[in-house]
Design a protein around this ligand. Structure first.
Ligand code: ATP
Ligand code: MG
Length: 365
C-alpha cells in the first residue's frame, strides 16, 4: 500500500553510476542527468561544496582545505559518503521539479554495476542508494544494461557480443536468452589510457602532464590504428628538469604508441572471451557484430570493413570495435567476409555514453 503511494509520488530511476560519469534516467522522461562522477568536499568538516560538472571544473585547482573526490574507482564505490551524497543530490534535484502534485524523493532505482564485483561491493552500491533516499534498489550488470539500452533482443536465443569501455572498467560479455553466457570484467579502461599518456610524456619528453590534459590528448588525437590523416595536439605541462612550464606538440602516432599496452590488454580480453564462447553463439556474433558502449569505445579506429565485422553504436565506436575484433576473428580461425551485412540496429548513431542508462526503462516494472 505504502509502496503504491510512493510509486505515485516519486519517479522510477535508472542510474548508471560510472567511474567517470553518472547518468540518471527518469522513467518516461529519458536521461535527465549526465554529469561527471566528481565531488568537491571540505577536508575537515566533510561539507559537500560541489557535485558533478562544477566539482570537475575545480579539479587540480583547489586549495589544501578542499578535496576533489572521485567516489568510484574501477566501477565500484571507493568513497561511500561521497557516493551517497552524490546520489542524494540527484534524487532530490529530480524530485524538486515543479508539477501539479508535489513529489517525494523516495524512488525505485535500478543501478548498473560491473559484472565482476564482489558481494560486498554489490551491497555497498545498494546501501548507498537506499541511504540516499531510494525505497528500493535493484542492481543490473553493466553489459546487460548496455545491451538492453542498445535495443538488442537480449531474450533471443541468438548471441549478442557487448564491449563497454568505460573510465574504470571494460566489460566484455556474450548475452543470450536474457542472461550473460560468458564475460570478462577488466579493471582497465579510459583512466588507464590517460595514465599511459602521462607516463609516456614523462619518460619520452621529460614533461609532466595533469590528468585532465592527458584525457584531452586521448579524446582529441587518441587512436587504436593509424589515422587516415594523422593529427597533432599541443599540451602544456611542467618540465621535469627545470620545473618550469613547457609546451609540447604531440602527434597521434606517439599517442597511439602510448596507448598501445592498454588497448592490447582490452583486445586480449576480447580474445579470451571469444575463446570461451560456445561455437553456436560465435556464429551469431560473426553475423551480427559487436555492440560497443562506453566513452572509451569512441577512440579512433579503422573502417569496420577491414575486420569484416559490423558494429552497432556511435560511428567512431564502431570503427574502434572493428579493429579490436580483427584480432579475435583470426583467433577463431575464421576469415569473415568483408561484404557482411550491417545490422539494422536501433542503437546506430545513438550517443554511446547514454546506452547503459537507457536500460532501466524496460527494467523498471
Ligand atoms: N572521444 C573519446 N575518445 C576516447 N575516450 C573517450 C572519448 N570520450 C570520452 N572518453 C573516455 O571515456 C571514459 C568515460 O566513459 P564512460 O562515461 O562510459 O565511463 P563510466 O561509465 O563512467 O565508467 P565505468 O563504466 O568504467 O564505471 C573516460 O575515460 C573518457 O576520457
Ligand atoms: Mg559505464
Amino acid at each position: 500500500m505504502l509502496d503504491y503511494l510512493f510509486s505515485l509520488l516519486s519517479f522510477d530511476l535508472g542510474i548508471d553510476l560510472g567511474t567517470s560519469n553518472t547518468l540518471v534516467l527518469v522513467k518516461g522522461k529519458g536521461i535527465t542527468i549526465n554529469e561527471p562522477s566528481v565531488v568537491a568536499r571540505q577536508k575537515k568538516t566533510k561539507e559537500i561544496l560541489a557535485i558533478g560538472e562544477k566539482a570537475k571544473k575545480k579539479e587540480g585547482k583547489t586549495p589544501d582545505i578542499i578535496e576533489i573526490i572521485h567516489p568510484l574507482k574501477d566501477g565500484v564505490i571507493a568513497d561511500f559518503d561521497a557516493t551517497e551524497a552524490m546520489l542524494k543530490h540527484y534524487i532530490r534535484f529530480l524530485h524538486e521539479t515543479p508539477g501539479i502534485i508535489p513529489k517525494i524523493p523516495k524512488p525505485k532505482v535500478v543501478i548498473g554495476i560491473p559484472s565482476g564485483v564482489t558481494e560486498v561491493e554489490r551491497r555497498a552500491v545498494q546501501e548507498a542508494a537506499l541511504s540516499a533516499g531510494a525505497r528500493k534498489a535493484h542492481l543490473i550488470e553493466e553489459p546487460m544494461a548496455a545491451a538492453i539500452g542498445a535495443g538488442l533482443p537480449v531474450e533471443n536465443t541468438e548471441g549478442q557480443f557487448v564491449v563497454d569501455i568505460g573510465g574504470g572498467t571494460t566489460e566484455i560479455a556474450v548475452i543470450s536468452l536474457g542472461g550473460i553466457v560468458v564475460n570478462q570484467s577488466l579493471r582497465i579502461a579510459g583512466n588507464e589510457m590517460d595514465e599511459a599518456i602521462i607516463t609516456f610524456c614523462r619518460m619520452k619528453h621529460g614533461l609532466l602532464l595533469g590528468l585532465p590534459t592527458a584525457e584531452q590528448v586521448k579524446i582529441n588525437i587518441g587512436s587504436v590504428i593509424p589515422m587516415a590523416k594523422e593529427k597533432s595536439f599541443i599540451v602544456r605541462g611542467r618540465d621535469m628538469g627545470g620545473g618550469l612550464p613547457r609546451s609540447l606538440k604531440l602527434n597521434s602516432a606517439e599517442v597511439r604508441e602510448a596507448l598501445g599496452s592498454v588497448t592490447q590488454q582490452i583486445i586480449n580480453g576480447i580474445i579470451d572471451t571469444i575463446e570461451e564462447t560456445p561455437p553456436e553463439l560465435l556464429s551469431d556474433i560473426l553475423k551480427h557484430g559487436v555492440v560497443m558502449a562506453g566513452g572509451g569505445s569512441q577512440l579512433y579506429g579503422d573502417d569496420c570493413r577491414s575486420a569484416g565485422l559490423t558494429f552497432a553504436s556511435g560511428r567512431e565506436a564502431r570503427r574502434t570495435a572493428a579493429r579490436m575484433m580483427a584480432a579475435p576473428s583470426r583467433v577463431c580461425g575464421r576469415t569473415p567476409s568483408p561484404k557482411m551485412k550491417k545490422p539494422s540496429n536501433a542503437a546506430q548513431g545513438r550517443a554511446v555514453n547514454s546506452m547503459t542508462a537507457l536500460i532501466c526503462d524496460s527494467r523498471l516494472a
